[in-house]
Design a protein around this ligand. Sequence first.
Ligand code: SAH
Length: 264
Amino acid sequence: MKPPAPPAGRPRPAFPASLNQVVGQAASLAPARGATRPAPAATLQVPSGAGMDSSAVRQAMVRKLAAQGLQHPAVLQAFAAVERHRFVDSALVAQAYEDTSLPIGLGQTISKPSVVGRMLELLCECPLVATGRVLEIGTGCGYQAALLAQVCREVYSMERLRGLHDKAREHLRPLRLPNVHLIFGDGMLGFPGGGPYAGIVAAAGGHALPQPWLDQLAVGGRLVAPAELVPGRQSLVVVDRTPQGYLKNVLEGVWFVPLKSGIA
Ligand code: SAH
């Protein structure tokens, strides 16, 4: 049957309407069911020697994370969608889906998936995060920024090392994530331009939580960061900003690279 002709004088839907839809879809790495979008180009660049079906090993990683207690559906879905092997050197591709931290250059490391999952789950427990802006301190290779892009509306990610900032940009470019903004700068100062933030997550730990992070957290928002509040013991710290003030919870011991000031 032919579709009914549009009423005379009524214009057909304008082209930008569909263009916007396409742009909107590009924010998600997860291919929609039945979508005709081509697979991300880098999927084809897995060295064949690695003998890896990235989708199957990602699913296996997600199952392991779930078995370890990771429950948040959006976080699990993000791990299933983002290809971790894109973010590590080719020599490390075979280890990309193991629950291990890996070197990313300049003396820094990408945290192991279970730790990243724990941080993201804590962040996503805050109801504002899914529809809000999140500030990430320590872009590193860009992997966590890509995960964050799946679980919140807008990501601002800061890195103090130019070499890693540039590397993350390269890693993220083919993913075409319009909701990720990479900023080269000292994350200890936060990024007031994107705030206030529904969530702030740090991948590097200092002795105290920098005041700008607390200032730039929205009321109702949540901060998740490692910090050495007691000398010699770095712990995961969660701060909720409530209308009455800041509520701080110190959780398990962790090991993250040091939070440093200035850029290099
Ligand atoms: N989330 C990252 C983890 C990177 S490791 C990933 O997925 O790869 C932590 C990063 O924090 C390092 O790259 C380090 O250079 C960065 N860092 C440390 N202090 C910083 C600061 N003051 N501002 C911004 N980045 C910082």
